[in-house]
Design a protein around this ligand. Sequence first.
Ligand code: KG4
Ligand code: ZN
Length: 331
Amino acid sequence: MKVLAIESSCDETSVAVVEDGRIVHSNVIASQIDTHKKYGGVVPEIASRQHVEAINTVLKEGLDEAGVSLDDIDVVSATKGPGLIGALLVGLSAGKTIALSKDKPFVGVNHIIGHVCANYISFKDLEPPFIGLIISGGHTYLIEVNDYVDFTLHGRTVDDAVGEAFDKVARSLGLGYPGGPIIDKLAREGKETIEFPRVMIKEDNYNFSFSGLKTAVLNYLNSTKLRGDEIVVEDVCKSFQEAVVDVLIEKTFRLAKEKKLDKIVLCGGVSANSRIREAFENKGEDENIKIYYPELKLCTDNAAMIASAAYYLYKSGNVDEKNFANPNLGL
Ligand code: KG4
Ligand code: ZN
């Protein structure tokens, strides 16, 4: 079964054709990062407009690269949320229009679940149940994946998402956007010389908080500057990153042990982080828990992961309406 998917929830316009949820025939990604860089973050209105400009070209490339036409597609899908409303509407309208005009079923996909499904592409044998940790620029969720379409939410951030904390800390260090990959790289040269808080690590729940950590970094930078002392950027990056790693590890492994699950699946943009990957793998070896994370291209936003999620949704009977506005709406 070939699924065509469109992802446009934030600043990537992406189109993919994926077979049976796992075999990628194409996964074209047009990133807007260079545009948003100069504003230090994603500007929603600009994002929507750029999606409109990019969608037809990306769609054509996605089909051409897969060597298929719209007639060869069995199911059409698009991200239906969460995300920027104007951005989402572009992909969703394109998807529904194709489904309507070609008389194909349409499946709307939750972006967060899409991130989890990226792992089905990277690991052909991976099957639920497992613990899922979704860490991206907009989301931080700790879930139990009971089945392909059945999830139990155990924890989430009560304030900033992990990626947001990386981006904001990078910004306060003057490091550019997106900050995650830059901090990742600089932290490799740094030492953990600053004690930042492990917020909520001891609390008897699976929630996270990253706003306090971000503020602690800001306070450290301000007070160090006031004292006229030197700021070692690499050490700040390393110390911040270790504080993030510690809380993610503690809560995720605690849940895996409570649920007696021996697989932890990381996903979302922040799962590209080399130290997070390494720390989870080390702890996984100690605890006999297998760690999964997608290949780099599938960590950040892409349509292949949406196609994978749509495949499993469709197989379990989920289809969505192809409506936009109703010209025949009566009273
Ligand atoms: O999944 P994604 O593309 O978008 C959302 O759905 O939010 O994630 C983007 C986020 C950004 O905050 C970016 O800084 C972060 O992922 N990121 C990283 C790394 N690569 C991307 N964070 C830490 N280390 C990285 N290597
Ligand atoms: Zn995402």
